[in-house]
Write a protein that binds this ligand. Structure first.
Ligand code: PMP
Length: 355
């Protein structure tokens, strides 16, 4: 750190993203990307002609993409906010709706960026422990008088919270934003998007990075009452009005047209997940029931650290945190059936070697 850094950031603990190795080919099951490529329409959308227009700024309003998304979700364009990955929206939400007086609450075990944004804006936050079975107890968030942030399904557990429970949280915190992070909703969960008509405090966040195979393009979106969207737009126009580049906007528009392709991939991934859950349980793993494109699992014979390190040596990359209640758990992204076979084979070898 240089001597120029503002003292208000010196204690900030930045987010550590998952490993993105550029030099070696791994079976990459560590950052919840889709194993399937973008749709042919998306690939075609990034033509040489479009690339040659990169001298021009993108449309800061993202009008065309907003209209397409609005039609897909049965809302109006004024209910849609677009962002550079959904991380961008989480950042803007903490900036817009919280401060040292207006706190936030989220599960203690959840997406690692929530506490980073809370610290960045000096937000008083409560990190609420999960239940014994790793589920979120919705009652902990009722009448809490803070911005509530819940990933549904939660990450890294993959477990879901029901619509009725979300409604209870919304009803009991009418003066606070309830942000439901639906990054993994397309793999079998139930979206709460329709509730935006009933609750003007609901902010639903989704991403193109998972079910829509576009993690590399950085595109996220939020759906909410027009008032909340206007607040987010104000923050965007006060920080970076061109937050989505021309090529990503085009890719996003083509992806909406390819919704059937993506939902079919999501179904395939959910099926591969169910098989992986079963197979790992047969191998003596504890595997939580997941509704996401990953599973959270621990071996009952080998420590999480050994498994993570040995899998990496054998060319399979998974996510490992190695602390607290989840010390021995690995988060394993669901790849293609072929990639999962490699995972099972390498894991079986390690269990044998470590006996
Ligand atoms: N929310 C959750 C729960 C996530 O796991 C992630 C990705 N790691 C994100 C949001 C952010 O994803 P992106 O910025 O790629 O949209």
């Amino acid at each position: 750190m240089s001597r120029f850094m503002s003292p208000c950031f010196t204690g900030l603990e930045a987010y550590t993203p998952g490993e993105q190795p550029q030099d070696q080919q791994y079976v990459k099951l560590n950052t919840n990307e889709s194993p399937y490529p973008p749709s042919p329409a998306v690939v075609a959308a990034i033509s040489a002609e479009e690339v040659s227009r990169l001298n021009l700024y993108p449309d800061p309003t993202g009008r065309v993409l907003k209209e397409k998304l609005a039609a897909l979700y049965g809302v109006k364009a004024e209910n849609i906010f677009l962002s550079n990955g959904s991380d961008d929206i989480l950042n803007f939400a903490f900036m817009a709706f919280c401060d040292s007086e207006r706190g936030a609450a989220f599960p203690e075990i959840s997406y690692g960026f929530y506490p980073v944004y809370a610290d960045l804006y000096h937000v008083d936050c409560v990190k609420i422990p999960l239940k014994e079975d790793f589920g979120v107890d919705y009652r902990d968030y009722c009448n809490i008088d803070r911005m509530v942030v819940i990933a549904n399904p939660n990450a890294p557990t993959g477990m879901e919270i029901s619509l009725a429970e979300i409604e209870e949280i919304l009803k009991t915190n009418p003066n606070r934003i309830v942000l439901i992070d639906e990054a993994y909703i397309d793999f079998g969960g139930t979206s709460c998007v329709d509730l935006i008509r009933k609750y003007d405090n609901l902010l639903v966040v989704q991403t193109y990075s998972k079910s829509r195979s576009m993690a590399g393009a950085r595109l996220g979106f939020a759906i909410a009452d027009a008032g909340i969207i206007a607040d987010l737009e104000k923050i965007k126009y006060s920080t970076n009005p061109y937050n989505i580049n021309r090529l990503t906007l085009l890719a996003g528009e083509a992806a909406v047209e390819s919704n059937t392709y993506y939902m079919e991939n999501a179904r395939k991934i959910a099926k591969t997940r169910e098989n992986a859950t079963e197979r790992l349980r047969q191998m003596g793993f504890t595997v939580l029931d997941s509704k996401a494109n990953f599973i959270f699992a621990k071996s009952n014979a080998v420590s999480g650290r050994v498994l993570y390190e040995e899998l990496k040596k054998k060319g399979v990359l998974v996510r490992f945190w190695g602390k607290g209640k989840i010390e021995d758990f690995l988060r394993i992204t669901i790849g293609t059936p072929e990639q999962m076979e490699i995972l099972f084979a390498k894991a079986a070898e390690i269990l044998q070697e470590q006996k």
